[in-house]
Design a protein around this ligand. Structure first.
Ligand code: NAD
Ligand code: MG
Length: 404
């Protein structure tokens, strides 16, 4: 058993809370070093108190004040660090060996990359980091000797189904004998909804995922299936797999979390209840297994598992993600940035659901040459800012507001 000291970036989110839940079950194995949050300082204070975190990281002075106010009445205030620079430094802090990267969006890239560069065990939930900076991130993992463990349930499943010896380091070629990766997708809340109704769906309907309880951004991504598109790109980088050897299959029950197909026709799958504590516990304890709090899978009660091909007319975002992956890293940055802007506008009630795919399409079409900017974090963040500006412009045009 290895004793681990853990930092959780994005502690107040859905993944962050599940990580703290697993850790609390094993006080003899894990200690929490640092927690970060962007909002919800009261929750962060409660989490820091319960986990006895030594450090918290908050975005600005105002948040620091709210954290300190929320701490009132408790003993020993943790060290409070402020700002994006402090967040990246905390990710690389020698006081912890394991970093859960669970910030949502490209905002999580600098800190996740800092953890990778510092050679940590990186538990990667923040898929956007690989979408925006796949090559840079994987190079950092290889150079520093970081141990990269995917937490996204599909990639965690694939990781579990791959042959031993090809794991946890940052592969440069597909594992030997592997023919295809099969990513499962639930199809989200709108899998069977009449297409003409999609323009009028609300943020709450989009966030009501049939199987998983998640943050609002990834819930909308699941509804559009852009989430699966991001995961195809994530799988491409994690497992060095070309796009034509990554397939998506709809599986409404979310019990088979993904599969690996081998040259001999074998298909290995990982199954379990749809609860992120399973992949989180796997990543924390790898290569051992620990209790996660997730109950047993009752297949007899479940009765059946269904599979179908995704309908690209219903889910244009999935097609756009495959196109971006084939076009290259610059297009993937644009895809992710446009999606973050469009999803935020949809969640704010400022754009219809159907504008999300339209905005991504427009931004991808206006894509310019990225050149050497793909080679550095600063360059990638620059491209990300440009794509966001183009997405905001597109939102102002009538098409962005269509069918409102
Ligand atoms: P969430 O919205 O519930 O939580 C996000 C966390 O990030 C919060 O702690 C928030 O304070 C912090 N945060 C938000 N914006 C920030 C910013 N600009 N700077 C710093 N911190 C910021 O999100 P989630 O559902 O927990 O997802 C987190 C990540 O994990 C996402 O990348 C998501 O795609 C991925 N993921 C989530 C699930 C899931 O079941 N929730 C499954 C697979 C992958
Ligand atoms: Mg997933």
């Amino acid at each position: 058993m290895t004793f681990r000291t853990v930092t959780i970036l994005g502690a107040t989110g859905s993944i962050g809370a599940s990580t703290l839940d697993v850790i609390a079950r094993h006080p003899q194995r894990y200690r929490v070093h640092a927690l970060s949050a962007h909002t919800r300082m009261e929750l962060l204070a409660a989490q820091a108190a319960a986990s006895q975190a030594a450090v918290v990281v908050v975005p600005d002075e105002e948040a620091r004040q709210r954290f300190v106010d929320s701490w009132q009445g408790r003993a020993r205030l943790p060290e409070v660090r402020v700002g994006a620079q402090a967040l990246a430094e905390t990710a690389a802090d020698p006081a912890s060996d394991t970093v859960m990267a669970a910030i949502v969006g490209a905002a999580g890239l600098p800190s996740a990359l800092a953890a990778a560069r510092a050679g940590k065990r990186v538990l990667l939930a923040n898929k956007e980091a690989l979408v925006v900076a796949g090559r840079l991130f994987m190079d950092a993992v290889r150079q520093s000797g970081a141990e990269l463990l995917p937490i996204d349930s599909e990639h965690n499943a694939i990781f579990q189904c791959l042959p031993h010896g090809t794991r946890a380091s940052g592969a440069q070629q597909p594992a030997p004998g592997v023919r295809r990766l099969l990513l499962t997708a639930s199809g989200g809340p709108f899998r069977t909804r009449p297409l003409e109704e999609l323009a009028g769906v609300t943020p709450d309907q989009a966030c009501a995922h049939p199987n998983w309880s998640m943050g609002r951004k990834i819930s909308v991504d699941s509804a559009t299936m852009l989430n699966k598109g991001l995961e195809v790109i994530e799988a491409h980088w994690l497992f060095a797999m070309p796009p034509e050897r990554i397939d998506v299959v709809i599986h409404p029950q979310s019990v088979v979390h993904s599969m690996v197909e081998y040259d001999d026709g074998s298909v290995l799958a990982q199954l379990g209840q749809p609860d992120m504590r399973t992949p989180i516990a796997y990543g924390l304890a790898f290569p051992e297994r620990i209790a996660s709090g997730v109950g047993a899978l009752d297949l007899a009660r479940l009765g059946r598992l269904d599979f179908e091909a995704p309908d690209l007319a219903r889910f244009p975002c999935l097609r756009l993600a495959f196109e971006a992956l084939r076009a290259g890293q610059g297009a993937c940055v644009a895809l992710n940035a446009a999606n973050e802007v469009a999803v935020e506008a949809f969640l704010q009630g400022a754009a219809p659901y159907t504008a999300i795919a339209a905005i991504i399409d427009t931004v991808l079409q206006g894509q310019t040459q990225a050149g050497s900017r793909l080679d550095s974090l600063e360059g990638l963040l620059d491209l990300d800012r440009e794509a966001r500006a183009r997405a905001r412009e597109a939102l102002q045009r009538p098409a962005g507001r269509a069918a409102h």
